[in-house]
Write a protein that binds this ligand. Structure first.
Ligand SMILES: O=P(O)(O)OC[C@H]1O[C@H](OP(=O)(O)OP(=O)(O)O)[C@H](O)[C@@H]1O
Ligand SMILES: Nc1ncnc2[nH]cnc12
Length: 198
């Protein structure tokens, strides 16, 4: 990409707007993952701030955090820990209850003895809105004496919860410019005006 004249976060314009109503999140980043160049660029962007010895294990949040988290684990040549929605693992678990952007009660779980104490864990998800899911994931990792090496998401909204996570942990997202971050915070991307499904 030596002569690439695109903005560094060009691929965010491939995310699809919500056309189904308020019970869904306001856009769909999985539309962007279908583009090979976009997906690979996103994985590269979310990992470049981490040196190999900064991360021992990558954790992804159920469900869409598995897509990016799995790809990031392979890119960094690390193992992958699934942070699952409650009730899915067939082994003993630790779990956390919380509320997310839907304002409904949610619950995440990880297996007991998921990693050794002191393991440096990079937590990956698609998105941070209220920070409910990510806050719960952090709690699960820290309860087992893991060290949160960082947090990686396509976008992190500058909500109260998002800002709290950014103050405390090394957080990376694909958003580069103030302009796009403001659009993310406003839940309305300029690119929606010209977004075309394939
Ligand atoms: O910051 P928050 O308010 O917690 O919102 C962010 C979460 O919401 C979405 O998950 P959701 O459970 O809606 O969808 P998914 O199962 O498709 O990943 C998203 O993937 C994050 O996990
Ligand atoms: N995938 C997503 N897109 C936009 N906002 C979100 N809030 C929670 N998940 C989201």
């Amino acid at each position: 990409m030596a002569n690439d004249k695109r903005d560094p976060d060009w691929y965010l314009a491939l995310m699809a707007p919500n056309t189904k109503g308020p019970e869904f999140s306001w856009l769909d980043p999985t539309a962007m993952y279908r583009n090979a160049e976009a997906f690979q660029q996103c994985v590269a962007d979310l990992t470049k701030a981490f040196k190999p010895d900064e991360v021992d294990l990558v954790a992804g949040i159920d469900a869409t955090g598995f897509i990016l988290g799995g790809a990031i684990a392979c890119h960094l040549k690390k193992g992958f820990l699934a942070i699952r929605k409650y009730g899915h693992l067939c082994v003993d678990v630790d779990d956390v209850r919380f509320k997310d952007y839907s304002k409904k009660e949610k619950r995440l779980e990880i297996r007991k003895d998921a990693f050794k104490p002191g393991t440096k864990v990079l937590i990956v998800d698609q998105w941070i809105e209220t920070g409910g899911n990510m806050g719960a994931a952090v709690e699960l990792v820290e309860r087992q004496q893991g060290i949160v090496a960082g947090i990686a998401c396509v976008c992190i909204e500058e909500t109260e919860g998002g800002k709290r996570l950014m103050e405390k942990y090394k957080c990376v997202s694909s958003v580069v410019s103030r302009e796009i971050q403001d659009q993310v915070n406003a839940k309305n991307l300029e690119s929606f005006k010209t977004y075309k499904p394939l």
